[in-house]
Design a protein around this ligand. Structure first.
Ligand SMILES: Cc1cc2nc3c(=O)[nH]c(=O)nc-3n(C[C@H](O)[C@H](O)[C@H](O)COP(=O)(O)OP(=O)(O)OC[C@H]3O[C@@H](n4cnc5c(N)ncnc54)[C@H](O)[C@@H]3O)c2cc1C
Length: 413
């Protein structure tokens, strides 16, 4: 029988969350293995490739690299009645080339000493005395199965994450808390001003929005994200056709993308003994927009710091690793709670109410700043339109948090 391989840290998934965590821990000298089931990092792309706000991004990434396709200079919100709300914000964000971007993050992790294996799928977690102690792996090209032992396992397997479920940190995603997305890369468009466009209408994006994100040279990612529970039996691809007819009937369609992104509430804990979850696997993307690249990177840095501290102490218990949960909840997690509530109300508005809400929102100073979308201001306006719904959702969220908090602390005892 083959002996198990051993690494200090094993990372499940080679997306931004996983590779950033790997880069952080391997920089501190920890032996690190990244296992990615796809053959190629960043491919196929399943993303609209927008990142922002720029001031946050530049704290984490060197944006002079070739993976930046275009700069974002403003935002347009298009109301269901076609009214446009424009806000110029020069250099507020970037459209990246996800293939190159993800590859760059993976190369950084490898240059810090991480080992990367693509085409290797994690099929389960190893456990001893209730602690996670590594992973079972399937090499997809050969069918070979093997085991990797680790002191800490990082579940960064994205929207389809099983690892976070195996660890007992979450259940299946709710169908009404997922944006089901479809997108074309379109060429031959007239987009002179490099503004990202968000289009709201139940006609082509029930429970979500349509987007046009310019990538430069007349090309753009044009897509829709819908709430499947409001889709009346149609798919995101069906709605994309309606949206294409509206915004670029003559555009030259290139790459097609389909996928999901979460609009879920935050998890109350991100760790169990020997395991942390990072990125979209951990519901850490913004539940209002679905965007999760920067969040995964931020979380990766926080997780890496907590993991390295645990190696210094020689203690890999959930209690020690949970410095990461605390850090996340204090910062981005706190904002995501507000975005979650805001999204629940915003995307349940009918078109006429949405039009009114947008006209009020457009007059709010400080709603869009160089730090991004102000969640508290957004909630303030939405409260006016649906106070009962907002209170109901807030109470549900508090009750759920209490329940899961109890479960977690009981299971961590
Ligand atoms: C259509 C669409 C448009 C989007 N647009 C934007 C946008 O414009 N801006 C933005 O910020 N975000 C966007 N997102 C969301 C964004 O892509 C994710 O939030 C982000 O990639 C999360 O990073 P991650 O590292 O957590 O997960 P991922 O990038 O999904 O990486 C997870 C990796 O784990 C691998 N994996 C899964 N299971 C296993 C396994 N068992 N074993 C080994 N490997 C495994 C997967 O193959 C994948 O490579 C969009 C998503 C979609 C679907």
């Amino acid at each position: 029988m083959m002996t198990d391989e051993r690494f200090d840290v094993v990372v499940i998934g080679g997306g931004p969350g996983g590779t950033r965590t790997a880069a952080g821990v391997s920089r501190q000298g920890l032996s690190t293995l990244i296992l990615e089931k796809r053959e190629k990092i960043g491919y196929p792309v399943r993303c609209a490739e927008a990142i922002g706000p720029a001031e946050e991004i530049t704290r984490y990434i060197d944006v002079k690299k070739p993976f930046v396709s275009s700069v974002i200079d403003g935002i347009v919100i298009v109301s269901p009645d076609g009214k446009k709300y424009r806000k110029a914000m020069k250099g507020i964000g970037y459209i990246v080339d996800r293939e190159l971007f993800d590859l760059h993050l993976a190369e950084t992790a490898c240059s810090n000493g991480s080992v990367l294996r693509t085409g290797h799928q994690v099929t389960g977690l190893l456990r001893k005395d209730g602690k996670v102690t590594g992973v079972n792996v399937l090499e997809l090209s050969t069918g070979r199965e093997y085991r990797v032992q680790s002191k800490v396992t990082v579940g960064s397997d994205g929207v389809e994450s099983l690892s976070t479920r195996w660890a007992g940190l979450k259940g299946p995603s709710r169908v009404d808390e997922v944006f089901s997305c479809a997108q074309y890369l379109v060429e031959g468009m007239d987009l002179p001003d490099r503004y990202v466009e968000f289009h709201l209408s139940s006609t082509f994006a029930p429970g979500g929005y349509g987007w046009v994100f310019p990538k430069g040279n007349g090309s753009a990612n044009v897509g829709v994200g819908i709430n499947p529970a409001q889709a009346a039996g149609l798919t995101a691809t069906d709605y994309l056709e309606k949206f294409m007819a509206r915004v670029c009937p003559k555009g030259d369609r290139k790459r097609f993308v389909a996928g999901g992104t979460l609009a879920s509430d935050s998890l109350s804990s991100l760790t169990v003994d020997g395991f942390v979850t990072v990125g979209e696997a951990a519901n850490q993307n913004n539940p209002f927009t679905g965007g999760g690249i920067l969040n995964a990177i931020m979380a990766g840095d926080m997780a890496a710091t907590a993991i390295c501290d645990c190696f210094e102490k020689g203690d890999f218990s959930s209690g020690e690793l949970s410095a990461y949960t605390d850090e996340w909840c204090r910062s981005e997690g706190r904002m995501n709670k507000r975005y979650y509530l805001a999204g629940k109300v915003f995307y349940s508005l009918d078109d006429r109410t949405m039009e009114k809400a947008l006209s009020v929102l457009s007059t709010k100073k400080g709603l869009f700043t160089r730090n991004g979308l102000g969640a508290a201001k957004l909630l303030g306006v939405l409260f006016r339109y649906s106070p009962s719904l907002l209170v109901k959702i807030a109470m549900k969220a508090v009750a759920a948090r209490k329940r899961s908090g109890k479960t977690m602390s009981e299971s961590n005892r």
